[in-house]
Design a protein around this ligand. Structure first.
Ligand SMILES: NC(=O)c1ccc[n+]([C@@H]2O[C@H](COP(=O)([O-])OP(=O)(O)OC[C@H]3O[C@@H](n4cnc5c(N)ncnc54)[C@H](OP(=O)(O)O)[C@@H]3O)[C@@H](O)[C@H]2O)c1
Length: 319
């Protein structure tokens, strides 16, 4: 039987259309999701808040039952913009506090006022003749200090980072007065990131894996080729048949069983349930290893690729 109300599998909110978002959030909470992974950049925090409010009003859960995460966008890295950015997110979500606030990318971009554009996305001026992404000279240490004040003020219970590599994590640990509680990174069988996950664990930082199904999210963005589906890998198909589970459930179980929290997205009620129904079996050590051996260090969500392809700026961060 599915383990209900489990924060180990969160609902990812990226690319959920505004028109469906409140219902998806409500339905997800109804079937047992208790962890929501939001962000300013996803452009749907108002609707996420509506779904949460409806679930609470219907008595399905309380605010305290939920783990609600959001992320600081790149244009708000300057210390004076960090608190207003969180306050905007809180007001859109209709919440008093977040359980976790994360730096979305280790990339600082020039400030864009809320009235000019929200969410600001990647281009500095999308209406320019040749729109281009720009960066801003804001050290991550200054952004982190401002993040720390959010915890001190009770606006975020914990703070953390996304898309940091081991060098940035080591650096952060050298100056953080409030340590990051969570590192959110892309990880799936094609990008196992064993050393980074081990480093985070050595520091006592929890790891959340995004895009746990690998290429699935990236087909519609033309950022993955059809042959790159992790779910279609013969070893995954064979293991799914053995355990009488779907390929998605096998890949998610692998992710949880290696000690990560996962954030996975679906707009479909049956898949929301399917993706939560992974707690009534365990993969053998051999099956875990066979899935891990699919690793090919394939990163689908790589600013080193998409910033140049979509936003006219070559800006690698992992190399
Ligand atoms: N911090 C960051 O920089 C960052 C970057 C990327 C993502 N994230 C977070 O991570 C979340 C998850 O990432 P993601 O959306 O890339 O991940 P994902 O859960 O790995 O993939 C979602 C895709 O898989 C499909 N899918 C879901 N369940 C399925 C199932 N059981 N069988 C077959 N297909 C299935 C979904 O389609 P349907 O919706 O049609 O079901 C969607 O196309 C995001 O929503 C976001 O919250 C964070």
């Amino acid at each position: 039987m599915a383990e209900q109300q489990n924060p180990t599998i969160g609902l990812g909110l990226w690319k959920i259309p505004n028109s469906e978002c409140a219902d998806v959030v409500y339905n997800a909470i109804k079937v047992g999701y208790r962890h929501l992974d939001s962000a300013c950049d996803y452009g749907n925090e108002v609707e996420v808040g509506q779904g949460i409010a409806r679930a609470i009003a219907d008595g399905i859960c309380t605010r305290e039952d939920l783990t609600i995460v959001s992320k600081l966008w790149n244009t708000y890295h300057s210390p004076e913009h960090v608190k207003p950015a969180l306050e905007k997110t809180l007001s859109d979500l209709g919440l008093e506090y977040l359980d976790s606030y994360l730096i979305h990318f280790p990339i600082a971009q020039p400030f864009v006022p809320f009235e000019t554009r929200y969410p600001p996305e990647w281009f500095f001026d999308p209406d320019a003749a040749e729109p281009k992404m720009q960066t801003a000279p804001v050290p991550l240490s200054e952004t982190w200090r401002a993040m720390e004040t959010l915890v001190e003020q009770g606006l975020a219970k914990t703070i953390g980072v996304c898309n940091y590599n081991s060098g940035l994590l080591n650096d952060l640990m050298s100056y953080a007065k409030i340590k990051p509680a969570d590192l959110q990174i892309e990880s799936h069988p094609y990008l196992t990131q064993e050393r980074l996950i081990r480093l985070a664990k050595d520091y006592g930082i929890a790891v959340t894996a995004f895009s746990p199904l690998g290429a699935m999210s990236y087909f519609e963005l033309d950022m993955a080729e059809a042959f790159e589906s992790v779910l279609a890998q013969p070893i995954v198909v064979a293991i799914a048949a053995k355990y009488k589970k779907t390929e998605a459930q096998i890949v998610l179980r692998w992710g949880v069983q290696r000690g990560c929290t996962l954030v996975s997205k679906s707009t479909k009620p049956e898949r929301l349930k399917e993706n939560l129904d992974i707690f009534d079996f365990s993969l053998s050590e051999q099956d875990m290893q066979d899935i891990s051996e699919l690793n090919r260090n394939r990163r689908f969500n790589d600013p080193g690729n998409f910033c140049e392809a979509a936003f006219n700026k070559f800006y690698p961060i992992y190399d």
